[in-house]
Design a binder for this molecule. Structure first.
Ligand code: PGA
Length: 260
């Protein structure tokens, strides 16, 4: 499997380590994952490790030559370059041979005030530098209770992505992550998840047509784990998962990759 080719719908399990693991701990985890993975037949599942920026090069080299593995950055800056002390541009990330960047995770929206408009610029930078954005959408508990989740997700898609031409939208992965399910142990039911994944695909189809909407991988995230992954991944519009907590344990991560 070529991970850097223009995107077609694939099964994907992406780990999001967030701000966890020193470099040594990260290397140890990846080596464990690779050892365990040898005994499972999941070549048709793309495994992406979303690691801290400081680890991208080293972990990228550990995964070199493994076509079913790739590494992702968890964020990148929205400008091309300039006087932004401490920031990391998409071009810098691409220069470390990384193919994916997580964009718009709810923790970035919440703690770093990232808006749909700003995220549109990030998506542009990631695409311009030849990488694939993993664009995250999802509603808060309050929005879900008020039955606003469809509208919220629709705006997140429209305001951040809908300026993109067809050839770019095809090169994108979407992750639906209800904020109330992230790190809480509370997962969306497979019915709730499938309902909104189908809704997302419908919105993409209205704008870009069926063929393109069907080619985009849409991942579920939010307390996805060894116990619930199988049921979630069995849903017709769920193409895999974006995994936080469970991606920090090699055995759990590998078990999730064989849950299709
Ligand atoms: P969680 O995180 O699996 O720990 O809920 C998912 C995410 O934030 O991507």
């Amino acid at each position: 499997m070529q991970v850097n080719q223009k995107y077609m719908r694939k099964k994907i399990v992406a780990g999001n380590w967030k701000m966890n693991n020193t470099l040594d701990e990260g290397v140890f985890l990846v080596e464990k994952i690779l050892n365990l993975q040898e005994s499972t037949a999941t070549d048709d599942v793309l495994k992406i490790l979303g690691v801290p920026s400081t680890h991208l090069s080293v972990i990228g080299s550990l995964l070199k030559g493994k076509a079913d593995f790739s590494v992702a950055a968890q964020n990148s800056h929205h400008e091309e370059k300039g006087a932004y002390t401490g920031e990391i541009s998409a071009r810098m990330i691409a220069s470390t041979n990384v193919h994916f960047v997580i964009v718009g995770h709810s923790e970035r929206r919440q703690y770093f005030n990232e808006t749909n408009e700003l995220l549109a610029k990030k998506v542009n930078q990631v695409l311009e530098n030849g990488m694939t954005p993993i664009y995250c959408v999802g509603e808060s508990l309050e929005q879900r209770k008020k039955n606003e989740h469809f509208d919220v997700v629709k705006s997140q898609l429209q305001e951040t992505l809908f300026h993109l031409p067809e050839e770019d939208i095809k090169n994108l992965v979407i992750a639906y992550e209800p904020v109330w399910a992230i790190g809480t142990g509370e997962t969306a039911t497979s019915e709730q998840a499938q309902e909104i994944h189908a809704f997302i695909r419908g919105i993409l189809s209205d704008k870009y047509g069926n063929v393109i909407a069907d080619s985009i991988s849409i991942l579920y995230g939010g307390s996805c784990n060894v116990t619930n992954a199988k049921e979630l991944f069995a849903c017709p519009d769920i193409d895999g998962g974006l995994i936080g907590g469970a991606s920090l344990k090699a055995t759990d991560f590998v078990a999730i990759t064989s849950s299709f």
